[in-house]
Design a protein around this ligand. Structure first.
Ligand SMILES: Cc1cc2nc3c(=O)[nH]c(=O)nc-3n(C[C@H](O)[C@H](O)[C@H](O)COP(=O)(O)OP(=O)(O)OC[C@H]3O[C@@H](n4cnc5c(N)ncnc54)[C@H](O)[C@@H]3O)c2cc1C
Length: 496
């Protein structure tokens, strides 16, 4: 029997699509090239440590409202995930002594920030309150496909003010909004960093819709770490998928999306096997989908236009470290951002992102030890065409540059190092199946908010995209949104 939907890839975007469709009774097959599900939200184990490969600051695992999409996706297929509340989203260590914590409690965060910028007290509150307005609009409605007119009408009649609010914010970027309320140049740089640390572009290129979510949900649903590691989310979704009658195959690399008379009808695997489906969903990046899985020379016009507006962000150099407990000073928080010079914020090895998940879940490391995952942007071009010896040497040099800088916040890190594994953009490309190991699309120039980010349907009938190459972009909760929307659109198309 033909599958109702074939999903290429088991990232969170792909799995949310698959579970939502299976829950609606569709016959779903997920094909994953790797050994386990999760993609950038996967994990690996070494010497008693369980490392998250990428994401670790998790939104969407809260209990209330409508924006807790990971919780909702799990419960739709009758599974759940224990979540550990993180009391501080980020501890920033920024230039000019700007050292501050983003507390889970909104008022505390505002107080912490205002303590550094007394003269901007009013502007700070107004700016972040504006972000709360975006969030309140989103958090009052079911988040489904914006390509489904009946849903749009229903939501509009149920929540007219919230909808009009969102329409107002859709074309806006954070930079303009911040400058409306804030004048202090250092504070504006801080807002740049607040955006950059998840959107990987400064405020003037970060859409207000995404910022409204992140800057508000951290104080509402909060940042919560999944007990057992981030990989658990994907594992649980797979469990739910199978319970609902869906199937997943690992080591099943799709090499071709098959078309007949211009319509996507199936896929071919690297081993030659062919599967047919009424609908095909790609959870690979748009670059992989339209240049690798489909003939590059036939790339649809709207995809060419998209590539004129968006480019691949850099990948990362990742250090997965196991360290002695003594390395972490008393009161250390789980997530840190380190930058010494504002000018280097977006540069290679400029900003360092740090995550120490064992502060929330001790079971991820052997007793007396912690995990430190540190990563910083890097381009694949700097890692190509090297001999194995050159590659290893370059990895080692880069790793020690990062460790030296981290000594400032974790004195004794070098001496307390028990395990070190270094991932490069090549590692990201190989294990995550993402062209050039990219973190995802970023605007080439200042665009009007999110208006140019595509939804799930593509120019090829029967083919949909899901994940961070679609509206609203990167992040687990964002790709979960994309998954809900994609499944909703397909269910409407299949009349499920
Ligand atoms: C270092 C790092 C840190 C991050 N930190 C955070 C964070 O703290 N919080 C947060 O919310 N987000 C974070 N992110 C971003 C987040 O992880 C991603 O945006 C999100 O996981 C992307 O999900 P996705 O569904 O789009 O696809 P992916 O995770 O890329 O999954 C796609 C899947 O498709 C499979 N696939 C690809 N091609 C094929 C093929 N041809 N055949 C079969 N299978 C295929 C891949 O193997 C993969 O499993 C981070 C990312 C990285 C890399």
């Amino acid at each position: 029997m033909t599958n109702d939907a074939i999903v290429i890839g088991s990232g969170i975007g792909g799995l949310v699509t698959a579970t939502q469709l299976a829950a609606k009774g569709a016959k779903v097959l997920v094909l994953e090239r790797y050994l386990i599900p999760g993609g950038s939200a996967g994990y690996f184990e070494r010497q008693g440590y369980r490392f998250d490969v990428g994401a670790s600051m998790i939104f969407g695992l809260g209990q209330n409202g409508t924006t807790n999409l990971l919780t909702r996706a799990l419960s739709a297929v009758n599974v759940s995930q224990e979540a550990i509340a993180d009391p501080v989203q980020i501890h920033y260590h920024l230039p000019q002594g700007l050292d501050l914590k983003v507390d889970r409690v909104y008022e505390k965060f505002l107080q912490n920030l205002t303590a550094h910028f007394r003269h901007e007290e009013q502007g700070i509150r107004r700016f972040y309150d504006e972000c709360q307005k975006v969030f309140n609009c989103l958090n009052s409605m079911d988040l489904l496909s914006l390509e489904e007119p009946r849903y749009l009408l229903r939501v509009f009649f149920q929540h007219p003010l919230a909808c009009l609010g969102l329409v107002k914010y859709l074309p806006q970027n954070v930079g303009n909004m911040a400058r409306r309320y804030i004048k202090d140049p250092q504070l504006l740089k801080f807002i740049d960093m607040e955006c950059y640390c998840w959107s990987v572009v400064p405020a003037n290129m970060t859409p207000m819709i995404n910022a409204g979510m992140v800057f508000s949900d951290r104080h509402y649903g909060g940042v919560n770490y999944p007990k057992g590691g981030v990989g658990q989310i994907a594992q649980k979704l797979v469990e739910g998928l199978e319970k609902a009658g869906g199937k997943i195959q690992y080591q099943a690399r799709v090499t071709k999306i098959l078309t007949e008379q211009g319509r996507a009808v199936g896929v071919q695997l690297a081993n030659g096997e062919i599967y047919r489906g009424k609908r095909i969903v790609s959870n690979a990046t748009r670059w992989d989908t339209f240049q690798q899985l489909l003939p590059a020379e036939e790339i649809p016009h709207n995809e060419k236009k998209w590539q004129q507006n968006y480019q691949k962000s850099p990948s990362f150099l990742s250090l997965h470290m196991g360290v002695k407990q003594s390395v972490l000073p008393e009161g250390t928080e789980c997530h840190h951002i380190l930058l010494e010079e504002w000018e280097k914020m977006t540069a290679v090895e400029g900003t360092i992102f740090v995550s120490i998940p064992t502060l929330l879940d001790r079971d991820l490391a052997p007793s007396g030890y912690h995990i430190i995952h540190a990563f910083t942007p890097h381009w694949i071009n700097d890692w190509q065409e090297l001999s194995q010896t050159e590659y290893e040497a370059r990895k080692e040099e880069a790793a020690w540059r990062i460790i030296d800088r981290l000594e400032k916040i974790f004195p004794g890190l070098d001496a307390g190092l028990d395990y070190l594994e270094v991932g490069t953009p090549r590692t990201h490309r190989r294990f995550l199946g993402r062209e050039d190991g990219t973190y995802g699309p970023i605007p080439r120039r200042k665009l009007r908010g999110l208006l140019k980010m595509p939804f799930n349907r593509t120019a090829i009938p029967g083919l949909y995209c899901v994940g961070d190459s679609t509206f609203p972009g990167q992040g687990l909760n964002a790709v979960a949104f994309s998954g809900f929307a994609c499944a909703h659109r397909i269910a409407a198309d299949l009349k499920l």
